[in-house]
Write a protein that binds this ligand. Sequence first.
Ligand SMILES: Nc1ncnc2c1ncn2[C@@H]1O[C@H](COP(=O)(O)OP(=O)(O)O)[C@@H](O)[C@H]1O
Ligand SMILES: O=C(O)C1=C[C@@H](OP(=O)(O)O)[C@@H](O)[C@H](O)C1
Ligand SMILES: [Mg+2]
Length: 436
Amino acid sequence: MMKYGLIGKTLVHSYSKEIHEALGKYEYNLFSLTEKEMPEFINARDFNGLNVTIPYKKAVMSLCDEISPLAKDIGSVNTLYWKSSGSGKDEYRLIGHNTDYEGFLYAAKRAGISFSDKTILILGTGGTSLTVCKAVSDNNASQIYIASRSATANRQKAQQTFLSCPIQQLTYKDLPDIAFDIDVIINTTPVGTYPHNLQSIIHLADFPRCHSVIDVIYNPFKTRLILEAEKAGLKFSNGLPMLVAQATAAAGYFLGMPGTFEKENERIISQLQKQIRNIILIGMPGSGKSTIGKLLSEQTGRTFIDMDQEIEKNEGMSVSELFDFFGEEYFRNREKETAERLGKKHGLIIATGGGTVLNPLNVDALRQNGIIIHIKRPVDCLPTNGRPLSKSKAALYKMETKRLPIYRAAADITFDNSESCSAYQLKKRLQRELNL
Ligand SMILES: Nc1ncnc2c1ncn2[C@@H]1O[C@H](COP(=O)(O)OP(=O)(O)O)[C@@H](O)[C@H]1O
Ligand SMILES: O=C(O)C1=C[C@@H](OP(=O)(O)O)[C@@H](O)[C@H](O)C1
Ligand SMILES: [Mg+2]
């Protein structure tokens, strides 16, 4: 049996299985191991290739026959593979290597981010920080600042390893002193990872020279830091390209043909992106969000959630009743909670209420894992019954003037739903025009 997989401590869900298996070369499994089991597992040497994740990236090093010079410099191993001993006999040596380095540089290149002559701020001092530090130093960064809660951690290690570029460690409290010098920011901390979505150590507005941001987090797809970078029009990358590229690089080593699978990266990134992301429908009340959401759900097999119906279910009352009994503000607060909760999830189709995206916090919550589609339908076609804010055409015209710029700004795509047609025809158009 060929055995490939990922070892770590608690591997509840990892995209690594999907990424490796997308190459179609081998089965890949997740092995959750305790501290006691981990060395036994490696020493049994009953595997063809392994990736290593937290907390064993350092601990596996002493169990290998050889550590690649790069992994030695970084001080962490994420890939174990076999190399012929060269003795002519059927003997193999266990090599520990680091493909996170390659994955990180792939992500940067893909986003058009360069480190040459740049001042770099790295948030965090863990294993990924060491990898990133080495990668930017090797790519001619002019100065690296490494920030953490306490400045002493890892200082010695960093200075020993990355002599080619000056490095300074500081605490988050010291950041204002250097904020105006920073060109590139890289987050290697887990701050903002699910379920602590939308948290961030820093705000980009405090770094006016910064033009590029990389966050190694991929759940959520866009952290607060990435959302800010996107809004400010900076270059940015989330952690998914790095995750995919380190995996395909590892596959090359497993199969004795390094570099072979880099050309598969984009296909796998877009496959995962499609699978992970939510589809968010926004637009005027009655424009067809709920109708289209249901049709897209039939088309894609994804779960459909209508935010208004979620609120009605939880409150035991219709939206109109909620407006009548408790007022609009009460409804908007329930809507905000619903956006926060659903926005953290993956693979859903979500029909918002017409007013959801008026609150920028809701846009962030929905955007972090979602692609936003504006459903556009002429006011003349919108219903004027059943909805508390759609009492007359005049009210709808006024509303559209105010909201259209907000819908436009929030949307990634617009779907023109002007044509009145049957559900069957609408479904055909969705299939043809939205490649979801
Ligand atoms: N392209 C279309 N052709 C005909 N009727 C439509 C079209 N799109 C939406 N409708 C109708 O408009 C009404 C409002 O649609 P709905 O999906 O409830 O809107 P929303 O969820 O955006 O408020 C529904 O009766 C729906 O069938
Ligand atoms: O536009 C709005 O402010 C509203 C739209 C409604 O949803 P639909 O857009 O599905 O009608 C519903 O959330 C509520 O009545 C408020
Ligand atoms: Mg609706």
